[in-house]
Design a protein around this ligand. Structure first.
Ligand SMILES: [Zn+2]
Length: 296
């Protein structure tokens, strides 16, 4: 059963697999993300109706299916207007692009067409831009948080920061070991910037709100830096990206039993290799038509 938890009079959230922000904006409320699918959309609708709240807008932080999958139901049934960051908005409107990029740009196989990576399309009515913005007279700040996703953005309202998938909990890190990142360099910068902030509450998408973000930031920085070390450790001789992934998973005791999990991790491994390459730490060797990565 979903419920509404207030952090202040105007700012609340619905705890769940993805925490959904609920902000009072004028006579209506604005949601931050909508969960995985129509069931989460329906659950949100029930709560809003029970509380006598009218939905006006949705802000999507990024284009991963579990963050905008509830849009379709809510837009069709309650006529919400959607805000999303540029780039992310392209995927939200054309969700096939997520499995397409996971499958290296080719038409995705059926294993990559389930709701966890392929949500229903949603219109995007307004592009989010960083800086101060106002929805129905309520002032909020849009904060760029790129890294986990190309153009992820968070929302700061009444000194409460909805910080999306910038940080994962100890539990998630222990379980998945290689948290999804699309741009390692930007992710590191985002974490460092987040560390310098001091807001009254932080609401990450996949763990409970906290008044102190530093511990979580440090745990996530540590995770990224350890993976960077481990990838370089593996590249003492030339290896393909698949070999790097396999060795990394073995050393972390991971067992990728699902095709989709394999491709999510593969994209993340590519992000680590790309970062090390751009930093001049590894180079590419193209020999006998095989592309390998090796330490410089
Ligand atoms: Zn995400």
């Amino acid at each position: 059963m979903m419920e509404l938890k207030h952090l202040t009079e105007d700012v609340a959230y619905i705890p769940g697999a993805v925490n959904i922000g609920v902000i009072k904006t004028g006579d209506t409320v604005t949601l931050i993300d909508t969960g995985l699918d129509k069931d989460s959309g329906r659950g949100v609708r029930k709560i809003l109706e029970a509380e006598g709240l009218k939905l006006g807008h949705i802000v999507n932080t990024h284009s991963h299916a579990d963050h905008f999958g509830g849009n379709d139901y809510l837009v069709r049934n309650l006529g919400a207007q959607v805000y999303a960051p540029p780039i992310e908005s392209g995927i939200i409107q054309n969700p096939l692009l997520e499995p397409v990029y996971l499958f290296h740009g080719a038409t995705p196989i059926k294993d990559l067409r389930n709701k966890f990576v392929l949500a229903k399309p949603s219109p995007v009515h307004h592009l989010l831009e960083p800086g101060v913005t106002s929805i129905e007279g309520k002032t909020m700040q849009i904060i760029p948080l790129p890294g986990h996703s190309f153009n992820q953005m968070g929302v700061l309202v009444d000194d409460i920061m909805f910080c999306a998938d910038t940080v994962f909990s100890e539990r998630v890190i222990e379980k998945y070991r290689i948290p999804v990142v699309q741009d390692v360099g930007k992710h590191l910068e985002t974490l460092e910037k987040l560390r310098e902030t001091n807001h009254s509450w932080y609401v990450p998408s996949h763990t409970k709100p906290t008044e102190d973000i530093i511990e979580l930031v440090d745990r996530n920085l540590e995770t990224v830096n350890a993976i960077l070390e481990d990838v370089q450790g593996i590249l003492d001789e030339p290896k393909s990206s698949e070999e790097v992934q396999t060795e990394l998973c073995i050393s972390y005791g991971l067992d990728l039993g699902v095709v989709q999990q394999y491709y999510l991790i593969h994209t993340t491994v590519m992000a680590y290799l790309g970062y090390l390459y751009e930093e001049g730490k590894v180079k590419i060797e193209l020999k006998n038509n095989k592309l390998s990565w090796v330490l410089v």
